[in-house]
Design a protein around this ligand. Structure first.
Ligand SMILES: [Zn+2]
Length: 343
């Protein structure tokens, strides 16, 4: 079988290059003991990591892998595989939110689990979906695991911020970059999932190259509603004075509730505003065909005719900065309020 004809039917949208690379590594038995997947949020890093893991852990001796029938595949599908580990930030029960970091105890625990034998001498796979949250000592612990690779252990580190990964870690991994996915590919993928053409087109445009975003909006109606109200909030904010802006944003975010989802809500709001500001800039530059939020075209036109390009650029820069601050765990109410002053 030729490498390029090898197709494992992984359920992944786009990312053909990364998929081909990993599938031919499986086919040619050239697996690395550690991978680092990097690229923007929602482009398919975690999805591909799981398909990859499922395939190498499948214990079917013949036929197509992953077979979906062996005990390994079944356990993977139930999320209960004993040799598959996902290392994430733990919940801080007192504060009702996630801890800031992945701590060393989690990495020590992973190390000892990786050292234990398996029943059928099969693979063990660990995925760290937000590896940028490892801290100084957990990075050192991880480095030890990477420096002494045990056979049939595979570590997949994933990050959307490679600048926060130490060079020592990067140099010990096979790195794979994930770019954005063409909206035509996302549209086709959604149609394949039985969404109608109109909806698939709308969501694939909004997704701005991130199938994860399109799928989230497709399957989660709450999220979809939140998206459209976040976009409307932006245009409302443009119309009112600063005092009313603060009220609007406070109502929208419900800052006082202390909800654990607050920070991620702030993060998605920033992303959504980034896409709408980008659209207004595109409109000003006569590139309407590239606009993501064409459902808001009349508001985009109106905003584009009253806000100066330099103000928009400044706001875009402010959003970038706000996203970074959010990653540093600075109070998100303050971050968002500081941002809307710029408009
Ligand atoms: Zn299987």
């Amino acid at each position: 079988m030729k490498a390029d004809s090898y197709n494992l039917n992984w359920d992944v949208c786009g990312q053909k290059r990364a998929t081909r690379f990993l599938q031919s590594a499986i086919q040619n038995k050239m697996l690395s003991h550690a991978y680092l997947f990097y690229g923007s949020q929602g482009v398919g890093k975690y999805t591909l990591a799981k398909e990859f893991a499922k395939t190498i852990m499948c214990v079917a001796t013949s036929g197509e892998k992953p077979c979906g029938k062996c005990f390994s595949c079944k356990q993977m599908n139930h999320g209960s595989h004993l040799d598959f580990f996902i290392i994430e930030r733990m919940a801080d029960e007192k504060k009702g939110k996630l801890k800031k970091e992945i701590v060393i105890d989690q990495i020590r625990d992973l190390k000892s689990r990786l050292q234990q034998g398996t029943l059928l001498n099969s693979y063990k796979v660990a995925i760290i979906p937000e590896a940028q949250y490892l801290n100084g000592s957990s990075f050192s612990g991880m480095l030890k695991i990477l420096e002494e690779p045990a056979p049939k252990n595979i570590i997949i580190l994933i990050t959307d911020d490679i600048s926060r990964m130490p060079r020592t870690i990067i140099s010990r991994c096979q790195t794979i970059k994930f770019g954005s996915v063409a909206s035509s590919e996302i549209e086709e993928y959604l149609i394949g999932k039985n969404f109608n053409q109109e909806e698939s087109k709308l969501l694939s445009k909004i997704a701005c190259g991130r199938p994860g975003k399109a799928l989230g909006l497709a399957y989660n109606h709450d999220r979809r509603e939140k998206y459209f109200s976040g976009i409307n909030l932006f245009f409302e904010i443009l119309r009112v004075n600063l005092h009313s802006r603060f009220n609007l944003i406070n109502n929208f975010m419900d800052f006082e509730s202390g909800d654990a989802g607050d920070k991620s809500r702030a993060g998605s709001l920033l992303e959504d505003w980034q896409s709408i500001v980008r659209d207004i800039i595109l409109f000003q530059n006569n590139s309407e065909e590239l606009i993501s939020n064409f459902q808001n075209i009349s508001q985009i036109e109106q905003a584009g005719s009253v806000i100066s390009p330099s103000k928009l650029e400044n706001f875009l820069y402010g959003i970038d900065q706000a996203k970074r601050y959010l990653g540093l765990n600075i109070n998100h109410k303050l971050i968002i309020e500081n941002l809307i002053i710029r408009l």
